[in-house]
Design a protein around this ligand. Structure first.
Ligand SMILES: [Zn+2]
Length: 230
């Protein structure tokens, strides 16, 4: 998942399902509604080096249309050096991409592994085989983006607080309670492990807007971005 935080310019990650049938929806435009004035996926004040590193990282992230994003990831059974390396690589890519969360499926790896860093001063947290144990009845709506859905930002309603059980990359058991942005990122990334994208969590209208925004982002910003299946 991508966030608005560090740059102030919302480089969020969103998951758009790109089912062919939805192409028609894209034709339905909403003149003047949506904010494409503010929702560019390119933070503007990035220096050239940061931008280059981000683009290189994003090129490794699967985009809407890639079947990996619709796959259900499998539980990790071996906690070995290979897994540790995978987690390190995910953390680095997430950082370079200026994202706040990344699921293994977004790199085409069908492991139940996610990393996140909801707040700038937090360390990167890795959750392996995460299970949502509890979610609050109270819901919260907020804008989300997705590294796999360039240019897309949609408002998603989710439980405000969650409790998650998982393992870390060395196999140690973890149980954590989260709220706010952390709870949101965790849910967004667990969704990824089940092949669910943020586009699945919004209304049809919002989905249309999002598809259009993504198409525009593709045309303008990222011509050959990441061999996304578009
Ligand atoms: Zn995402």
């Amino acid at each position: 998942m991508a966030s608005e935080e560090h740059t102030g310019t919302a480089e969020e990650s969103i998951e758009l399902p790109t089912p062919v049938s939805e192409e028609d929806d894209v034709e339905v435009t909403h003149p003047g509604t949506d904010g494409h004035d503010h929702d560019e996926s390119e933070p503007e004040e990035l220096d050239a080096e940061t931008r280059a590193r981000r683009d290189a990282a994003l090129a490794q992230v699967r985009k809407l249309g890639d079947p990996a994003l619709r796959a259900t990831a499998l539980p990790v059974e071996r906690f070995d050096e290979e897994l540790a390396a995978e987690v390190r690589r995910m953390g680095e890519l997430m950082g370079d991409a200026l994202g706040i969360g990344l699921a293994a499926t977004q790199l085409g790896v069908l492991h139940r592994v996610l990393v996140y860093k909801a707040y700038v001063d937090d360390p990167v947290t890795a959750l392996v085989n995460p299970q949502l144990e509890w979610a609050s009845d109270e819901l919260e709506a907020a804008m989300e983006g997705c590294l796999s859905l360039p240019g897309v930002h949609v408002e998603v309603e989710r439980p405000a607080r969650v409790r998650v059980r998982a393992r870390d990359e060395s196999g140690a058991e973890l149980e954590l309670e989260a709220e706010g942005l952390e709870a949101r990122v965790i849910q967004h990334e667990i969704d990824h492990l089940d092949g669910t994208l943020i586009l699945d969590r919004v209304s049809r209208e919002q989905r249309k807007e999002a598809m259009r925004a993504m198409r525009e982002a593709n045309l303008e910003g990222h011509p050959q971005a990441a061999g996304d299946g578009a």
